[in-house]
Design a protein around this ligand. Sequence first.
Ligand SMILES: Cc1cc2nc3c(=O)[nH]c(=O)nc-3n(C[C@H](O)[C@H](O)[C@H](O)COP(=O)(O)O)c2cc1C
Length: 185
Amino acid sequence: MRIVVGITGASGAVYAYALINALHRLSVDIEMVASDMGWRVLDFECGLSRSDLANFGNIHENDDLFAPISSGSYRCDGMVVAPCSMNTLGAMANGIGDTLLLRAASVMLKERRPLVAVTRETPLNLIQIENMARLARAGGCVMPASPGFYTKPTEIWQLVGGMVGRLLDSLGIVNDVAPRWQGAR
Ligand SMILES: Cc1cc2nc3c(=O)[nH]c(=O)nc-3n(C[C@H](O)[C@H](O)[C@H](O)COP(=O)(O)O)c2cc1C
């Protein structure tokens, strides 16, 4: 299996890192691409740089539209944009493909492959809400970075893991990253 992970400049860079770790543990091939702000927020929030991600898979330049993930002919099983800024959400929802990240997302939609956007912003303005609806209508899956508390987490990594488990589920990847609801007990 091969998954594209796009990282943008929204808060919540830890979701990208945790997702990449989980995919790697599950032996999924990972193609990574980050916006400039994606790299900057990853560094700011997590103290991570591209060298910290290099061992997990291929890292592409966001201006390299010649990269394989730019084409629908390249075999890929889905893409997660985590975290997904409102800027990138708007671009994806409106068919813009002038960066590798956006082009790869557009390819997922046209090829009818899973495209998951882990959006992060609050509160939302109407344009952002409409962009979410637009992306969903085009076949994308909007999964706001909004972890559940019903597993009674006591640590941040449990909250993050809860999101990662649901992301893997949405890609159809069998996993036991997070506890599953078994009813109230
Ligand atoms: C520390 C920090 C946190 C940010 N958090 C968010 C956020 O949660 N959501 C969002 O939409 N933008 C956020 N931004 C603003 C985006 O980085 C900005 O809109 C940028 O243009 C996004 O570019 P990109 O979509 O190419 O990554 C944040 C910026 C900084 C510096």
